[in-house]
Design a protein around this ligand. Structure first.
Ligand code: FAD
Length: 453
């Protein structure tokens, strides 16, 4: 006689912030649950690397900012503190071979470029403010805005090349794709879901305001401690079979039954799971149209944050080399100096073709231009490519090109029989961010609790 197949109230696929939140909520409600996680760790796209001397760096998601209430609440509940991102002193702009320093938010551009940039930013905020993030496809202009790309819109709005270039640096930092890859409607919706473009761009009062003491994956790891015995690691789900009153999840060497399943992984990976019966055609078509962005994080670790003595806050926006944005990612006490450069979108894809020595040389050349010769000799250099992560498929998030959100967006969150969908890509608020992941996990768990009642 074969062993009976273990049966749960709910199986949760993915132990990122979405899956962990859903699992915790269901467990607290007394449900019998199991989380199936492909990797050997929790946190998914948030991953903190620790070194023997106590230094740590966030290779994935790292910041929190105003209105991300669920994330701050989770940090409080798990005993994790936040600290402000270092932004005292001057920022720098390296543009067309010239390095300029400036204080505050307004970059040192010629007046025509500044006016053009300012008008475009204001318009972006105004248009996104008219969108209902719960149903962007219902906007009267949904179809029109979804038929052009953000890149096309930028071209039409900013005749000034410098303004366009700076807008592009900001847009790539926010979406991790070239603006030509996303529809204007998607860009407006994403912007609205995180409040406005200024919030998404800024450090103070913005999405880059705070960091986590101990690393951004610490709240996830603490949450996982509360789920001890309810997470199975190294367990990629390969197929899901639905019958009227139960769902089966299968992977190599495991096979479980449940009343409900939450799929809390990016759509591009959800699409790789085999479903019986097949998912509704509109869901499949939608999943095929949500590719991931492209981003590298490049770290140089120094004995001290030497740039601070020069009155610099470490922030650089640049059109030179591969890294277009640099941040001071030093520990809260400044006991080490850590610079982090983002390599984004098209440059991220080119960067993938280089070996580690070439990548290091290129990034340190950029850092040296901005911070002087000390930057050439870090104690350590390391980088992380998210497109090479099998269980992420790219980062920060799933994006939508033209004619997707307006025509198929409505199928994203709708449950499929006993399969419910979570993950930051399904969130109305802070879509693409940790906050969105947490909110999506709560929503999916609530759907299941309501259904089981
Ligand atoms: C470089 C970078 C910078 C970022 N910066 C920020 C930031 O500063 N602030 C912010 O808020 N957000 C940031 N983000 C985005 C943020 O990290 C994500 O939005 C969030 O972590 C997504 O959480 P999730 O639970 O929805 O998905 P994930 O974190 O992707 O979790 C999904 C989990 O499912 C697992 N999985 C996948 N397929 C399977 C399968 N078939 N079976 C079982 N398990 C599977 C994966 O291993 C993963 O653990 C950044 C991301 C990156 C990569």
């Amino acid at each position: 006689m074969t062993d009976p197949i273990p049966t749960y109230d709910a199986l949760i696929i993915g132990a990122g912030y979405a899956g962990l939140t859903a699992a915790h909520k269901l467990l607290q409600a007394g449900k019998k649950i199991l989380v199936l996680e492909a990797r050997d760790r929790v946190g998914g796209r948030v991953y903190t690397k620790h070194f023997a001397d106590g230094t740590y760096i966030d290779l994935g998601g790292q910041w929190a900012g105003p209105s991300q209430e669920k994330l701050y609440q989770l940090a409080r509940e798990t005993g994790v503190s936040t600290f402000p991102t270092y932004d005292e002193g001057k920022s720098q702009l390296y543009f067309k071979g010239r390095l300029k320093q400036y204080k505050g938010l307004i970059p040192p551009l010629p007046i025509p470029a500044l006016l053009s940039l300012n008008n475009a930013l204001k318009k972006m905020n105004r248009l996104s403010g008219t969108i209902d993030p719960a149903s962007p496809w219902t906007h009267p202009k949904a179809s029109e805005w979804d038929s052009i790309t953000l890149g096309g819109w930028m071209q039409s709005q900013m005749k000034n090349e410098k303004a366009r270039k700076l807008f592009q640096i900001a847009a790539e930092a926010i979406f991790a794709v070239n603006p030509a890859e996303i529809s204007l409607l998607f860009a407006l919706y994403y912007t609205r879901s995180g409040r406005d473009f200024d919030t998404l761009m800024n450090i103070r009062n913005g999405a880059q305001q705070d960091r986590f003491l101990g690393g951004a994956d610490l709240p996830a790891r603490r949450l996982a401690e509360k789920l001890t015995g309810h997470i199975m690691f190294n367990a990629p789900v390969i197929s899901i079979k639905q019958e009227s009153d139960k769902v089966e999840c299968l992977g190599e060497g495991f096979h479980f039954h449940a009343k409900k399943v939450i799929v809390a992984i990016p759509p591009v990976l959800a699409q790789k799971i085999s479903y019986t019966p097949s998912l509704p055609p509109n869901k499949i078509q939608l999943f095929q149209r949500i590719p991931m962005g492209s981003v590298w994080k490049c770290y140089a670790i120094y004995d001290k944050p030497f740039w601070r003595n020069k009155g610099l806050n470490g922030l650089v926006a640049s059109d030179f080399g591969y890294t277009s944005l640099v941040f001071d990612n030093s520990p809260s006490d400044g006991s080490k100096g850590i610079l982090m450069g983002f390599v984004l979108a098209d440059k991220a894809r080119d960067f993938t073709l280089m070996n580690e020595h070439q990548r290091r040389t290129s990034i340190l050349e950029s850092f040296t231009k901005y911070f002087g010769p000390e930057a050439a000799e870090p104690a350590m250099y390391t980088d992380q490519s998210w497109a090479e992560e099998t269980w992420s498929g790219g980062c920060y998030t799933g994006i939508m090109g033209p004619h997707t959100l307006s025509t198929m967006g409505r199928y994203l969150r709708i449950h499929t029989g006993n399969i419910h969908w979570a993950g930051t890509e399904t969130s109305e608020e802070w879509n693409g961010y940790i906050e969105g992941a947490i909110r999506s996990g709560e929503r999916a768990a609530t759907e299941i609790l309501d259904a089981l009642h």
